[in-house]
Design a protein around this ligand. Sequence first.
Ligand code: SAH
Length: 285
Amino acid sequence: MNIEKKPTAAEWMPLLDPSQIAVVLVNTSHPGNIGATARAMKNMGLTQLILVDPEDFPSGAATARAVSAVDILENARVVDTLEEAVADCGLIIGTSARSRKLPWPMLDGESCADKVFREHKTNKVALVFGREDSGLNNEELQLCQYHVQIPTSPECSSLNLSAAVMVITYEIAKRARQQENAVKLPEDDFWDQERATAEENERFFEHLEKVMIAIRFHDPENPRQLMQRMRRLFGRIRIDVMEMNILRGILSNIEWHIKTREERKVPPRGATIEQLEEQMSQEKT
Ligand code: SAH
């Protein structure tokens, strides 16, 4: 009798550490989709599911659709907000069926898988999926550093939620399994420092906004898209923890200088964003 031992998930995909990669579902309405997502994840060797404010969970419908992936449902973390879900992540990738007003760095399925694979050992990764009816809203998309759009027929561009999870996680598993046969990764894939986490980035954006208001560059009554642009900029650069300390230090020093100027009653100088935009539009004409 030929009793061949079935390989474990770790043996099937030894170069991926599933504890570092979370699938995050935001405000899902149909529990069946949560179950189908768990199943797709287990098919692809992933384990970490985070549910942000699900409408109906736990649920028999989710358990039924999960089939042999009930353990993923049982271990799923349920949180109230997306901020909480991604707080400890250094790479946050949002998925969207359509392009948004302010263009964001885009990845396709393969380049997303490549990035996740290369970075997941040093940064926790969140793959964020939206509501069945309306997807992710702009604030949620802006918490992500990259967006992924799965190319689809324009006549029917939106995938079922768990089908989208399937495609993205399939690409990641495929990439991780390919690597076994490939040569060493190029040097630039390794970064000496960890990237700042979502929580550290949020604290930085709050600090940056406060300082930009204090130096009168930013008017919260007329915010335009300044903070979104700052999020996009720093998301593109992906600052590491050391760079984050430097930036926070600069901001604190600016605050210190503002305070001493105020004490000496010296009026602030410099241009506001309105003046800069006006100057740029005049230069163009
Ligand atoms: N009507 C919604 C679609 C929501 S589909 C919209 O226009 O955004 C539910 C979720 O599945 C989406 O939020 C996204 O996470 C994922 N999804 C669906 N189609 C996708 C596609 N083509 N590319 C990437 N993600 C997709």
